[in-house]
Ligand binder design. Structure first.
Ligand code: ASP
Length: 330
């Protein structure tokens, strides 16, 4: 009798907890979703020329990452590739074009996570490594640590042979203008954000997520946002989903947003879209946590969910879907 009860109880748990026996990986499709920041992005504030520049750059990042996935490359490589393209563009608040701290300098944050192994790497407050996402990846792959900060992180990147630039490389006139506007308190929400991120599912069934940012305009020296915090701005787990966030970092850290979405899926079996809707549109929205997330699950379902007016975003899949959007028509 005891044996029968044990079998029934064990059966119940095994059928209701998908984190004990993960479903089979999806091995026939790939998906790459990217974002270039969320905020008060309104059509009337963007010239047609600027809009087209954003679309072109998002497309370039999607095609480059998509090519990696199509040819059997890893989700980690696709995420890295897509983010590098956005970091190298002055359009986004990451790498070249990063926003300024209240002291008028750039302090950048980035992180990456491998959903297959749960390994992760991150850097915060870097100011000389050309591509902070590569520094984060190098921390993951070449050190025993997860997060390195400031000079230590820059020095590690240099020793590992990554491209190091003079801090003037990151300067753009547009960001400086935003800095001056915020300094004089003519704050425009749109100019505070612009982080980049990517999530991917590869043909091997593996998930990865990455995020890179200059943080928020006029942030305090030494302030670190959610982007380099594993579980807040970035998270990936092959059993559930990969998430990259953008928005008001303090809210995303306090609410452990990226992990919260994955945990909801893990413990309650809701879909990636339902989990994201609950966390971003309900929980965060209620407390004033502006922003959004992109996420893809182990079966290739994806979502681009935001509670702001717009979010630069796009997706490419093995099924031939290629979609790029900026404004809020969801
Ligand atoms: N989440 C970033 C931060 O708080 C900013 C952003 O996504 O725009 O540093």
């Amino acid at each position: 009798m005891k044996r029968i009860i044990f079998v029934i109880v064990a059966g119940f748990f095994l059928s209701s907890c998908n984190y004990i026996y993960p479903d089979k990986k999806s091995k026939s499709k790939y998906v790459l979703v990217i974002h270039g920041g969320a905020g008060t992005i309104l059509k009337e504030n963007l010239t047609l020329e600027k809009e087209q520049q954003y679309i072109n750059k998002l497309e370039e990042a999607l095609l480059a990452g998509g090519e990696v996935l199509k040819t059997g490359g890893t989700s980690l490589d696709a995420v890295t590739e897509a983010i590098i393209i956005m970091e190298n563009s002055p359009l986004f608040n990451a790498g070249k074009g990063a926003v300024f701290t209240e002291e008028g300098i750039n302090e950048m944050d980035a992180s990456i996570m491998d959903g297959r192994t749960s390994s992760a790497g991150a850097v915060a407050g870097v100011h000389t490594v050309k591509n902070p996402i590569l520094a984060a990846r190098t921390v993951m792959e070449k050190s025993d640590h997860v997060l390195l900060i400031g000079d230590g992180a820059d020095e590690f990147a240099r020793k590992q042979g990554l491209d190091i630039v003079d801090s003037s490389y990151f300067f753009t006139h547009d960001r400086w203008k935003s800095f001056e506007k915020v300094r004089s308190r003519h704050i425009n929400e749109m100019e505070k954000h612009g982080t980049v991120g990517a999530v991917a599912l590869d043909l091997h069934g593996d998930l990865a997520a990455g995020t890179s940012t200059g943080g928020m305009t006029y942030k305090m020296k030494g302030r670190v946002g959610d982007s380099p915090i594993i579980g807040a701005g970035t998270y990936a787990d092959n059993n559930t989903c990969a998430v990259s966030a953008t928005g008001h970092g303090e809210y995303f850290i306090r609410n452990v947003v990226a992990y919260d979405i994955a945990a909801l899926m893990k413990y309650t079996r809701v879909s990636v879209k339902e989990a994201a809707n609950f966390v971003v549109l309900s929980k965060l929205k209620k407390i004033g946590g502006d922003g959004g997330i992109i996420a893809v699950d182990k079966s290739g379902n994806f979502t681009m969910t935001f509670n702001t007016a717009g979010m630069y975003r796009g997706v490419i899949t093995s099924e031939g879907l290629m979609d790029i959007k900026i404004f809020g028509d969801h």
